[in-house]
Design a protein around this ligand. Structure first.
Ligand code: NDP
Ligand code: MG
Length: 379
């Protein structure tokens, strides 16, 4: 029986992870769950699974009486850190959105647990630091983001030293066919209609702008320790090929499956084994298409790649700015095109090259968020 900790259990990934666990009750048991604002759902999952440690990191925590069994309830600002320290787990799934789960995940690494990594922000904002810590703790990260999980699976087909390139696929998001002259002012409702995946609002907007794909290229660079020149991207409408690896002899290995996050979540739990899953198998025949990504359509993607290549704290700055811009766009405070415009301003306004530590990441996150809020006010 594998002991699983899920931080961010109430979210889109967290809920699907609970489903994976419930479909395999003989394989997995939940030993830690956390949420930040949704107390009801947290209590419901905890009561159903009798989870020994329950963590609520936001305001208005649930009361001790909400639980129908004896558990340790940890609340308050540093709750996640304490929970990661106190709980017992083999796999630690980071399904929290944002960078607040960075410290607890580092604690899980230091304890020797496998990190099932869904959270993108950790590698985007502090990839070099996180990978340094991974080496220091000799810990294992198994990616959950579908593209990185696909690459992780494809890499099993050859020696890492024989990898020629990683090929990351992108669906193109909601605006892949919208005429370019309409893109200045498209509505959030249209942006939220992702053609293939059903996800949280933030990541769905990031797919429409392709900020998400920029993040994923940066994540891949850190996770697989390859230079940007060896990471290619391609538009693939069907979201069936989740990514590919080309080897030195020209053989290209791809991972194909229905667009369902429960597969990469489960694989991160069971790797290197595979067990039956609730994911609908692909039925042949089906057709696949691949197209070049048009950077005129996706200026945010171009900006993110530039930030990635500049390195240092530039990706962290993009992340912080985007975290302000997406809600502003969803609330109707800014236009769609203001997202790219503001990211470009942040990219050019700050000097963020060079080595950094954890404190620098947290400082620059606050600084850029504040700066972006001011830019948004003037738009
Ligand atoms: P959701 O917004 O659906 O869920 C986020 C979870 O994190 C919730 O449990 C939420 O708690 C918790 N949370 C939010 N803020 C904080 C905080 N400050 N401190 C601690 N916990 C917090 O996000 P997703 O599940 O969509 O995504 C999670 C991560 O996985 C993101 O980094 C995303 O980019 C990545 N990802 C998601 C994919 C998807 O299909 N959804 C695919 C690939 C990657 P509460 O509900 O109580 O507020
Ligand atoms: Mg992805």
């Amino acid at each position: 029986m594998k002991k699983i900790a899920i931080i961010g259990v109430t979210g889109s990934i967290g809920s699907q992870a609970v489903d994976v666990i419930e479909k395999n009750p003989d394989l997995f048991s939940l030993t830690l769950v956390s949420s930040h604002s949704n107390a009801d759902k947290l209590v419901e999952v905890a009561n159903r699974h009798k989870v020994p440690i329950v963590c609520f990191s936001g305001k208005n925590p649930p009361s001790k009486d909400s639980f129908n069994y004896p558990c340790e309830l940890i609340t308050g600002e540093n709750a996640l850190v304490a929970a990661a320290e106190n709980a017992d787990y083999d796999v630690f799934l980071n399904a929290v959105v944002g960078i607040d789960a960075l410290r607890p995940t580092l604690i899980a690494m230091s304890k020797g647990a496998r990190i099932a990594l869904s959270n993108k922000e950790m590698l985007v904002s502090a990839g070099e630091y996180v990978m340094r810590m991974k080496d220091e703790f000799k810990s294992e990260i198994v990616p959950v983001d579908s593209e990185h999980s696909a690459i992780f699976q494809c890499l099993a087909a050859g020696r890492f030293s024989d990898v020629d390139a990683l090929i990351i696929t992108s669906s193109g998001g909601a605006f892949r066919d919208v005429p370019l002259d309409e893109l200045d002012n498209v509505s959030p409702e249209r942006a939220l209609a992702h053609p293939n995946w059903n996800m949280g609002k933030k990541i769905t907007i990031d797919c429409a702008t392709m900020v998400n794909k920029g993040f994923e290229v940066i994540e891949a660079k850190h996770l697989f320790r390859l230079p940007f020149e060896k990471i290619e991207t391609v538009l693939h409408r069907e979201s069936v090929v989740h990514s590919m690896v080309r080897f030195a002899d020209g053989a290209t290995i791809a991972q194909l499956s229905s667009p369902d996050m429960r597969l990469p979540i489960q694989y991160a739990f069971t790797y290197p084994e595979r067990v039956a899953s609730p994911v609908k198998p692909l039925k042949t025949p089906f057709s696949l298409t691949f197209e070049e990504i048009d950077l005129n359509r996706y200026p945010c993607f171009r900006i993110l790649l530039e930030a990635g290549k500049k390195g240092g704290l530039y990706p962290a700055a993009m992340l912080a700015a985007d975290a302000v811009l997406v809600p502003a766009y969803l609330e109707g405070a800014i236009k769609y095109s203001d997202i790219a415009k503001t990211l470009e301003i942040v990219l050019n306004e700050f000097s963020l090259k060079g080595e950094y530590g954890l404190a620098d990441v947290l400082r620059i996150n606050d600084e850029i968020e504040k700066y972006t809020r001011n830019v948004v006010k003037k738009l």
